[in-house]
Design a protein. Structure first.
Length: 208
């Protein structure tokens, strides 16, 4: 009994998918190849966008927008970076636009409430560690929301998502040295705000 051969883009047993081959087929109009790329990169892109956006409710919509933009721009992909880096770079731009759209007064009030909640929560010892961790994440993103986007993006990619310097720099289209400077400045700003809120003791007080 014979079986139909797998299409050229299908993953081979015990071997990684040929992403370059899938991209080439997708550029030629093969939607089955694009569907496979979607399957391969959906989860890592979702995590990437979730880190950048800092909120769960909008992530799915942003991810779908990234894939839609990538499909439209696929013919412009020249292979100078990996497909993953290119796709995640689109993700940076999509989330950047999302952050810019969140500059309304109501959003500013939401950030202020988040900071106030955390400030008031700190003295209560009955709060479990998981809850405190969630509250700290909320206030960090509240601080990030008021930070210049070039500093925010560097911090998120390096410190929250944990990307290697070369990968983070490639996604942002800057040098690794420039990335390091931006990330350092962002850390300094975040630490200063966390000290004001009582999350961290000032350097030199009560420990290092």
């Amino acid at each position: 009994m014979t079986t139909d051969p797998q299409p050229a883009w299908a993953p081979r047993p015990q071997a990684a998918d040929d992403v370059a081959g899938l991209v080439q087929l997708a550029r030629g109009g093969r939607m089955d190849a694009w569907a496979r790329l979607y399957q391969l990169f959906y989860e890592p892109l979702f995590r990437h966008v979730r880190y950048l956006a800092g909120e769960g409710s909008i992530v799915e919509d942003l991810v779908q927008e990234v894939f839609a933009r990538a499909l439209v721009a696929l013919r412009e992909f020249d292979g100078r970076s990996s497909f993953s880096t290119w796709l995640h770079g689109i993700g940076v731009n999509v989330v950047r636009n999302h952050w810019r759209s969140q500059t309304s007064t109501s959003t500013a009030h939401d950030r202020l409430r988040a900071m106030t909640t955390v400030r008031e929560a700190v003295p209560h010892v009955d709060l479990d560690r998981a809850h405190l961790a969630r509250e700290r994440a909320r206030v960090v993103y509240a601080i990030l929301a008021d930070m210049p986007e070039h500093l925010r993006e560097a911090f998120v990619l390096r410190d929250l998502e944990g990307l290697a310097p070369a990968e983070a720099a490639a996604q942002l289209g800057i040098s690794a040295g420039n990335l390091a400077v931006r990330a350092t400045r962002a850390r300094q700003r975040i630490r200063a705000e966390l000290e004001k809120l009582g999350w961290l003791a000032p350097l030199g007080e009560d420990g290092p």
